[in-house]
Design a protein around this ligand. Structure first.
Ligand SMILES: [Zn+2]
Length: 194
């Protein structure tokens, strides 16, 4: 194998992080390095395991993304089964990103195809909105409603507190908890209240 070929774009975005232009329109290009998507997924998964570990009884009332967890497990399983070092015990402690890097060096076209799908799935998780089964700690509201468009007297009820992998927020008072640390704090507060 020869040196280090440049990584294909989706592999790069998944394990190194994409460079994006953050300059205002018309200004010279300023590139910023984004966090690798695999880290973003990993923190979404770790967020939930930390939270559920703290919940003793009454079940988890914390940001919990089964879809993030399922995707994380699917990715790590596929990588562990297919990367070139899979049969070498001493290499199994490498991070999933390092394994994907080694795998992409050997089979760039196939790995690029697989990583493109994973990148799309991780980005898709960012915008999925999940309900939280608890009252908002800021305003105490647990349900909001919208007027049913088909029936002016009808109401559509929705949980007030919802979250995405990036933030949690309350539809009633618009309080928000942005990022992993704040969401973890919210999870703790909710657990104390129920
Ligand atoms: Zn609220």
């Amino acid at each position: 194998m020869t040196g280090h070929a440049p990584l294909p774009p989706s592999v790069h975005e998944l394990i190194i992080g994409k460079k994006t232009n953050i300059a205002a329109p018309g200004q010279p290009i300023r590139l910023a390095q984004q966090e690798p998507l695999i880290w973003e997924l990993e923190s979404a998964v770790k967020g939930e395991s930390t939270g559920t570990g703290e919940a003793t009884n009454g079940g988890p009332k914390v940001p919990l993304s089964m879809s993030a967890l399922a995707l994380w497990e699917r990715i790590t399983k596929t990588v562990n089964e297919q990367w070139p070092g899979r049969n070498q015990r001493a290499l199994q402690r490498l991070s999933v990103g390092q394994k994907i890097h080694a795998w992409a060096q050997g089979d760039p076209d196939y790995v690029e195809e697989v990583c493109a799908v994973w990148c799309g799935q991780i980005k898709g998780l960012r915008y999925r909105v999940h309900a939280l089964d608890a009252a908002c700690p800021e305003c105490g509201v647990d349900t909001v409603y919208e007027v049913d468009e088909g029936d002016p007297d009808g109401r559509v009820y929705k949980p007030a507190l919802v979250w995405t992998v990036e933030r949690a927020f309350c539809r009633a008072c618009l309080a928000s908890w942005v990022g992993f640390d704040e969401m973890k704090e919210l999870a703790g507060v909710i657990n104390r209240h129920v």
